[in-house]
Design a protein around this ligand. Structure first.
Ligand code: PLP
Length: 466
């Protein structure tokens, strides 16, 4: 039996929409024959409605309204034929939670809906999500381009750890999209950028970079962690794959690690014979060709059925539950995050103890024009950097003097966070790499939370000293 294109609307991240169930029979309902509401998450619902409902429905057995935590490692098969159909990918359903889990599937469908993508696969962390993307796409000896303005951990993942797997990353200054065209090599298989770059202030020209990628027959991968789909939906501007550290704003409460990969469903993987793992027979599945069989959700299907299955960085159901709960308030939280960040950035920009502020929400930012194009309401997000007068020592003193801000290496919490990248997240890099990544000795990174803006300003004011 063929699946994929024949399966029409299905994908693994659609298993919770009531389209497909693991068991052939209708499950009994806790409340007799009462009808359950129709599956939610229709494409024409607004963003806020989808943030709350996409991918979820009341539990068919108990009527539980919030998505249950399916804290199970495995799922009972109906019979041998049913098991065979799942293992052969002839049907989507649940086998083992390293591959699929009903709580995780709700999150996958929800984020795919918010990003305007076709399907998604969740992972244990943002880094695991990035690994799944490249493990699915690349062969040993392959190369890719990445913006040099990335989260420091991504710079080391791509530049050092991936090298050991035979994958070479060339870092490019994203300020001129044509730099990517100039850096292309015959072995390049993808371009990777952050929409709103960590540690802050830089917005990339997604549409122009997508054009460069597509002219070369390559997919554009966008890490949308800092912007979230509330501020920016990269697929609408030509991105083919979107990644997230859900640990940050999607979860939103600093209590659950996670990552996710969303595919647009629009990329043609046959181009130039560059992606054999998508187009050639897969030995682990009796010679199945993933792109031919699964079409517009082939990439996430392959990422799950091979990379996630074989390397194993799956998201825990508890973390999926916490992240789903966070996503339900994403739109409300992002409004407040951005409003507070705008107020704090404006205060710092007018303060004589501060050398500079890099926040794309300020009219004075060179990236404000791009923010107006790509970010909802021209917002600059909630994470940004500024330079404290007095350099490295002044930076260390500031992070040790705050009271309300927490000095730690994270972003996207309800609480406001502060970091001196040069002495923490970016300390493994060379001076040159630190400067290139916007993490010089005087740089302070803030992740603005949901507290009263005046309290945050007062805390920074006292910590900056006289
Ligand atoms: N991408 C960005 C923009 C990040 O800020 C981070 C972490 O800070 C990651 C990816 C990696 O995510 P995780 O820490 O969930 O592995």
């Amino acid at each position: 039996m063929e699946f994929g294109r024949l399966g029409g609307e299905l994908s693994w991240s659609g298993v919770n929409s009531g389209i497909i169930r693991n068991r052939a029979a209708e499950p009994p309902t806790a409340q007799g024959d009462k009808k359950r509401p129709a599956p939610s998450g229709k494409k024409d619902y607004g963003f806020e409605t989808r943030a709350i409902h996409a991918g979820a429905q009341p539990d068919p057995t108990t009527g539980a309204r919030s998505t249950p935590i399916y804290q199970t490692t495995a799922y009972v098969f109906d019979d041998v034929d049913h098991a065979a159909s799942l293992f052969n990918l002839h049907n989507f359903g649940y086998i083992y939670s390293r591959l699929t889990n009903p709580t995780v599937a709700v999150l996958e469908e929800r984020v795919a809906s918010l990003e305007g993508g076709r399907a998604a696969v969740a992972a244990a962390s943002g880094h695991a999500a990035q690994f799944l993307v490249f493990a699915t796409m690349l062969e040993p000896g392959d190369e890719f381009l990445a913006s040099r303005n990335l989260y420091g951990g991504s710079l080391t993942q791509f530049g050092l750890s991936f090298k050991k797997l035979g994958w070479t990353c060339h870092f490019v200054d994203p300020q001129d999209p044509e730099n990517f065209r100039r850096a292309l090599t015959p072995k390049c298989k993808a371009i990777f950028v952050e929409s709103l770059a960590n540690p802050g202030g830089i917005v990339v020209d997604i549409e122009a970079i997508a054009r460069v990628a597509h002219d070369a027959g390559l997919p554009l991968i966008v890490d949308n962690t800092m912007a979230t789909p509330y501020l920016c939906r990269p697929i609408e501007f030509g991105a083919d794959i979107v990644t997230h550290s859900t640990t940050k704003f999607l979860g939103g409460h600093g209590n659950a690690m996670g990552g996710i990969v969303v595919e647009s469903g629009k990329f043609d993987w046959t181009q130039g014979g560059r992606f054999p793992s998508m187009t050639e027979p897969e030995p682990a599945y009796h010679g199945l060709r993933f792109y031919e069989n699964f079409g517009d959700f082939a990439f996430t299907t392959k990422a799950r059925a091979v990379a996630l299955r074989d390397y194993g960085p799956s998201m825990a159901p508890m973390n999926a539950f916490l992240t789903i709960t966070g996503v339900e308030t994403l739109h409300v939280r992002m409004e407040r995050h951005c409003g507070n960040a705008q107020a704090v950035a404006a205060f710092l920009a007018g303060d004589p103890r501060v050398a500079w502020v890099s926040y794309a929400g300020l009219d004075s930012s060179p990236y404000h024009g791009l923010a107006c194009k790509y970010m909802r309401g021209g917002a600059g997000g909630a994470v940004f950097t500024f330079g404290v007068k007095g350099g490295y020592e002044a930076g260390v003193k500031l992070v040790e003097s705050v009271g309300l801000f927490s000095h730690l290496a994270n972003i996207g919490d309800t609480r406001s966070l502060i970091l001196h990248p040069a002495s923490t997240t970016h300390r493994q890099l060379t001076d040159e790499q630190r400067l290139a990544a916007g993490a010089g000795p005087d740089v302070i990174r803030l992740s603005i939370g949901l507290e009263t803006a005046a309290d945050l300003i007062a805390d920074l004011d006292q910590a900056l000293g006289s």
